[in-house]
Design a protein around this ligand. Structure first.
Ligand SMILES: Cc1cc2nc3c(=O)[nH]c(=O)nc-3n(C[C@H](O)[C@H](O)[C@H](O)COP(=O)(O)OP(=O)(O)OC[C@H]3O[C@@H](n4cnc5c(N)ncnc54)[C@H](O)[C@@H]3O)c2cc1C
Ligand code: SF4
Length: 369
């Protein structure tokens, strides 16, 4: 009830042109979750992505699914792409991996070496890269049966997760064996599993406060305006609506973009693998109203980039207000700071209350329109 009122109070007006430029072409949008609570248990949001991929695999629409798992290499958390051929393998890869990946370098050879068609989950930039390759190379093009984009604010470099897990290991006095970036409801919790089987769980903000300030952001994200995955068949993301905050089930927002995506969604619904309600795409955009437009605004980052001796292309030609400019400046400054040895040390010395204040200030700038 209160959530509905808050949602109505903070509701934004999105014109058709804004929907087109931020989201791109789409057919429909839905509020969904995986019906099986087991599927949802360690999923990033509502587990719909895994459920939908399992549905396609079981219906014979493809023989494999390119997924991204986490592995521990020399004590460090690293992403690893594999082709899952069973529902169990798809479930093993649940959850978001907020760490840089060598997507095309790992995924193209996997697809080439696979006998059969695949569905591919990926970040918007990676799926655009895959689409370009598929257009040039029929061996790839003929094998990619479905693409599912994760809504993406930006991604982080290894250094952030390495520092986070080092701290966790130091606090626990044990070696890391497994790691989940975020599980559970609303903003979620990180989970670190140690070699003796013990598990430490902390609010995800232990990692995300740094991430949301764009410390350790990948450089490519500065030049990216694709928040929703223009080139995918389906887009999936969180739905940050206040009316869902106290709902015991976390949901996944789905945007179907073409017939292929719509059919995949409808099969999962028909097979009773997912639960779904119609949701206006503007409601999904409301949940992303802070980060969506600021992500899109490469013009602001391009203008601010000259202070940092970086050349960033303006890909969108937006009007730049003072607050977008200041926000872009802070984003770039924080990314640059984390590229320097002394900067990295400084970042982790910032007292939490100061970090929080800085984060709220930046979020405030992102909120202004
Ligand atoms: C770097 C990153 C940034 C994101 N930013 C936002 C955001 O700003 N707003 C928002 O609403 N949502 C964002 N998401 C998406 C969101 O966190 C969920 O992944 C999405 O809602 C799907 O949830 P689910 O429970 O349906 O997926 P699950 O059922 O948990 O399945 C997730 C699938 O994603 C794949 N995957 C995870 N990480 C990666 C990766 N790095 N590269 C390729 N594939 C991967 C896994 O293989 C798995 O198949 C982001 C995700 C990532 C990885
Ligand atoms: S922000 Fe853009 S470039 Fe960065 S990871 Fe996301 S989709 Fe890729």
């Amino acid at each position: 009830m209160l959530g509905n009122i808050v949602d109505r109070l903070v509701k934004k007006e999105w014109t058709d042109d804004e929907v087109k430029k931020y989201v791109g072409d789409y057919k429909s949008s839905y509020l969904t979750y995986a019906n099986n609570p087991e599927t949802r248990s360690v999923a990033a949001s509502g587990g719909t992505t895994s459920a939908l991929l399992i549905s396609g695999l079981e219906n014979g629409d493809y023989e494999g699914v390119v997924v991204c798992k986490t592995v521990i290499v020399d004590g460090k958390v690293r992403p690893k792409f594999t082709i899952a051929t069973t529902s169990e393998e798809i479930l093993t890869a649940r959850g978001s991996k907020y760490v840089e990946t060598p997507f095309l370098r790992e995924v193209l050879p996997l697809i080439r070496g696979f006998q059969g068609r695949v569905a591919v989950v990926g970040l918007p930039c990676d799926l655009s890269g895959l689409k370009r390759r598929a257009a040039k190379d029929p061996e790839i093009g003929n094998k990619v049966a479905l693409t599912v984009a994760l809504v993406c604010g930006h991604n982080s470099r290894h250094a952030l997760i390495d520092k986070t897990t080092k701290r966790l290991e130091r606090e626990a006095g044990k070696k890391l064996a497994d790691y989940r970036f975020s599980v559970g409801h609303w903003r979620g919790r990180l989970e670190a599993e140690f070699e003796d089987g013990s598990v430490v769980s902390k609010p995800a903000k232990y990692f995300k406060d740094y991430q949301n300030l764009f410390f350790f952001s990948e450089r490519k994200c500065m030049a990216c305006h694709d928040h929703y995955g223009y080139d995918a068949d389906i887009t999936v993301g969180d739905v940050w609506l206040f009316r869902l905050k106290n709902n015991p089930i976390k949901h996944t927002g789905i945007i179907t973009r073409n017939d292929k995506g719509q059919v995949a969604y409808e099969k999962a619904l028909r097979d009773d693998i997912i639960a779904s309600d119609k949701l206006d795409v503007r409601d999904i955009m409301d949940g992303q109203s802070r980060i969506g437009p600021s992500h899109y605004n490469t013009t602001a980052r391009s203008k601010a980039s000259r202070f940092f001796k970086i050349k960033l292309k303006d890909t969108v030609g937006e009007k730049v207000s003072w607050h977008s400019y200041l926000n872009a400046y802070i984003t770039l400054a924080n990314m640059r700071l984390s590229e320097k040895g002394w900067g990295r040390k400084l970042i982790f010395k910032i007292p939490r209350p100061v970090l929080k204040f800085y984060l709220y200030f930046k979020k405030g700038l992102e909120t202004l329109r």
